[in-house]
Ligand binder design. Structure first.
Ligand code: BG6
Length: 491
């Protein structure tokens, strides 16, 4: 277990949803697991003035909801004593000076400081400027780290501008850019499965792999985030970050060691070797659609435009892309990436289809390796075996390896991320080169889609992938793979 320095976590946007649902309960869980350093403190920062006791009562209510009042009271007492509140009203010019004065009380607050910015993206640069102006980013005596929530920019240009602004005050080792998917144990498992089992690497090439599918489908719609979503769309919301990271983990070369630096270096190379989508063939590489009315789990749900109350929006809630990678390993292998809101099932997975064996029977199915991320965490290998009896016939059987077994710890992505932040381990955080590489690939597609005002395809909420999305497949035998069904639901 890596030793963690005593530190203070300063939580900006502490009364927001992320903090209430994930961060504060996540810190409490880490305390329950004895993973927080003894003297660690949490200073929550909000816009409104609030008594410390009222904030602590509020924390209690967050934990009551999250853990259904089922937690250890001794740990609770310890946890609540770590928590403090600081009002930081935007109207107060001296707010950051007051914050710095408060933090300078060494007997209460350990001087290693991690600032978690769970705020509007437009405030990231401003807050870093203000922290720097009162000396809080200065590292001569103790470490200072800043966590920036997603999204890091809304395109390459704004990502670079944000980077330029925060690096006036921070070194790369101080910047922790979040992609919460990297905190998921099932995503970390991709690397381990690939590299600690010698059997996989030799198969992981264009000689053996027909194509790869990276999928994230949700039954959820955009909910109350209509305005945000309409300015964002599926490409920016899911593909630029989470799915491109899944693609990088699936296709990167073996790192020299599993150290954070080596893993990040290989991921950067993987993203930088993806070939940009040719805009003159966009329709063969990219497909978008929007959900209409339909039924999810038997319940009627509204269409996107009804939720948005703007009949003109052509923003995508379904996006599918095809990429190729310019390395000897991946020569000519299509990488299909898709994400959707309001599909018939929630399913996040990596599905790898192998080429046909040199000796194969006519009715034989393909071999697939599926690494399922959620809702279930398992790895499935499908192979053909003989059907008992007199004839030479085969059928598909699945070898399922659960990644979670009874009594395994269940760790939320944010718990891993918070722990790594305190440990100073950046492997689960994004390097600026990864962020830039991803925007560089997606910006032209986003722009082309924004400029294209022709009517967008719709799919019924609760249905499977729109049939029209097949347009991006390289050959007619390819189909969207559903992770949990064997060879069914071919589209
Ligand atoms: C977020 C997106 O980053 O990830 C959401 O903004 C999406 O639109 C969510 O629903 C999915 O995360 P998870 O962990 O529930 O798969």
């Amino acid at each position: 277990m890596t030793k963690i320095d005593d530190c203070t976590l300063i939580l900006f946007g502490a009364s927001g949803n992320l903090s209430r649902i994930k961060l504060i309960p996540g810190l409490f869980r880490l305390d329950t697991l004895d993973r927080l350093p003894e003297k660690m403190k949490i200073l929550s920062v909000g816009r409104s003035p609030l008594e410390e006791s009222a904030w602590r009562d509020d924390i209690k209510s967050m934990l009551d909801i999250k853990f259904k009042k089922n937690y250890d009271t001794k740990v609770f007492e310890r946890f609540i004593a770590r928590n403090f509140y600081q009002a930081n009203p935007p109207s107060d010019e001296n707010a950051f000076k007051k914050l710095s004065d408060r933090l300078s009380n060494k007997s209460t607050f350990p001087q290693n400081l991690a600032f978690f910015l769970s705020v509007r993206p437009s405030d990231f640069a401003l807050i870093v400027d203000q922290l720097a102006s009162v000396g809080l980013t200065e590292e001569s005596k103790s470490w200072r780290r800043v966590v920036i929530e997603k999204p890091f920019g809304t395109n390459l240009e704004t990502a670079q501008a944000l980077q330029k602004s925060i690096t006036k005050h921070l070194k790369e080792t101080q910047i922790y850019r979040i992609d919460h998917y990297l905190g998921k144990s099932a995503l970390q498992n991709i690397l381990l499965t690939r590299f600690v089992n010698h059997i996989f690497d030799p198969l992981w090439t264009h000689e053996h792999i027909d194509h790869i599918q990276i999928t994230n489908n949700e039954t959820l719609g955009v909910g109350e985030r209509t305005q945000f979503y309409d300015a964002t769309g599926a490409l920016r919301d899911m593909i630029q970050s989470h799915l491109m990271q899944m693609l990088a983990l699936t296709t990167m070369e073996m790192p020299k060691t599993l150290s954070p630096e080596n893993i990040r270096a290989e991921k950067i190379k993987a993203l930088e070797s993806i070939i940009p989508i040719p805009l003159n063939e966009l329709h063969k590489h990219a497909f978008k659609a929007q959900y209409g009315r339909g039924k999810i789990n038997g319940e009627e749900v509204k269409g996107y435009l009804e939720e948005l109350k703007n009949p003109k929006s052509v923003v995508e809630t379904y996006a599918a892309l095809k990429f190729y990678i310019n390395t000897p390993r991946w020569k000519g292998v299509p990488m299909y990436i898709r994400t959707a809101k309001r599909l018939h099932a929630s399913d996040t997975a990596i599905a790898i289809k192998f080429k046909k064996a040199p000796l194969s029977l006519t009715e034989q199915a393909d071999n697939w390796l599926v690494i399922s991320i959620q809702p279930k965490e398992f790895t499935r290998f499908e192979i053909e075996t003989k059907i008992q009896g007199l004839d030479t016939k085969v059928r598909t059987v699945a070898m399922d390896a659960p990644n979670r077994i009874k009594n395994d710890e269940s760790i939320d992505a944010y718990e891993s991320l918070l722990l790594n932040l305190m440990q100073g381990d950046q492997s689960l955080y994004l390097h600026i080169n990864e962020v830039e590489a991803s925007w560089r690939l997606l910006d032209p597609v986003i722009k082309a889609w924004i400029d294209d005002k022709s009517p967008v395809f719709t799919y019924e909420a609760g249905s499977s992938d729109p049939v029209e999305s097949k347009v991006i497949f390289d050959n007619p035998e390819q189909f969207w793979r559903q992770s949990i069904e064997i060879g069914e639901n071919k589209l």
